[in-house]
Design a protein. Structure first.
Ligand code: SAM
Length: 247
């Protein structure tokens, strides 16, 4: 789990987090928020990725906390050279299985997103979806993600903020699970942070030209899919925030 030593407490927190996602791995891609099934969802993701991916040339990209590889596959299909890293072995196994099935040349590696097994200045892009909220040291993770970025490289964070007063359903979701109930108080961003807070955070860590988007098209497309699939319609605030390392 990374080169640097961790405290026993941090190890226990991370063991709970990894156990949760290992358990969820077989059904992860079937969850509504994790897949693209409709034209509106496809259009939204195309817009989002066009918005945040700088330039036209292929990038060395890292998907931090890649899970089953949603963003990794989106980036690879656009011609980027992609590495995905995650510490939940069942999630990585599923990502590798899909890469083999699709003949996608993506490197999926086991590793801790807070202590990456990569040298400084290894990537042009670090991107992460729905990971910051589940880290015991989210601010240190931002520094670590910046460490592996080259000069002028870009950090992209896709995340959301739950309504703190909402029930912890849907059943089977992370927040209500036994694993997260046991360690939630050790996760400073549990429940999510607002778009504005993440923008301020990236600026405070030294990223330049920090900008964001509220993903209204994706939220609307997913809400419509909930209706179409007969699911209870529940939305929460989502966003993408990005910023660049100085040249
Ligand atoms: C909600 S899932 C998101 C997966 C993927 N990014 C996506 O958007 O589909 C969170 C993922 O972060 C991973 N994760 C959480 N903490 C991590 C850490 N410290 N190091 C590596 N992976 C981590 C989990 O194992 C899980 O696969």
């Amino acid at each position: 789990m990374g080169a640097r030593r961790q405290s026993g407490q941090t190890d226990v927190v991370k063991q709970h987090v990894a156990a949760h996602w290992n358990r969820r791995a077989p059904s992860f891609d079937a969850d509504l928020g994790h897949s693209i099934r409709t034209a509106a969802e496809r259009a939204a993701w195309n817009r989002i990725l066009d918005l945040v991916l700088p330039g036209r040339s292929p990038l060395d990209a890292l998907d931090a906390g890649c899970g089953t590889g949603f963003l990794s596959f989106e980036l690879a299909s656009r011609g980027h050279r992609v590495t995905g890293v995650d510490f939940a072995l069942a999630m990585i196994a599923e990502a590798r299985r899909k890469a083999a099935e699709r003949n996608a040349a993506i490197r999926f590696e086991e590793g801790d997103a807070e202590q990456l097994p990569f040298g400084a200045a290894s990537f042009d892009l670090v991107i992460s979806r729905h990971v910051l909220w589940t880290l015991p040291h989210p601010e240190a993770a931002i520094d670590e993600w910046m460490r592996v970025l080259r000069k002028g490289g870009r950090l992209v964070v896709v995340d959301g903020q739950f309504d703190a007063t909402a029930p912890v359903t849907p059943a089977g979701g992370a927040r209500g699970s036994a694993e997260y109930q046991a360690i939630g108080d050790q996760l400073p961003f549990m429940g999510g942070r607002s778009r504005e807070e993440i923008e301020k955070l990236l600026s405070a860590h030294g990223l330049l030209r920090v900008a964001s988007d509220p993903l209204h098209d994706l939220v609307a497309a997913q809400a419509q899919r909930m209706v179409d699939e007969g699911l209870e319609r529940r939305t929460h605030r989502r966003y993408v925030v990005w910023g660049d390392v100085a040249r």
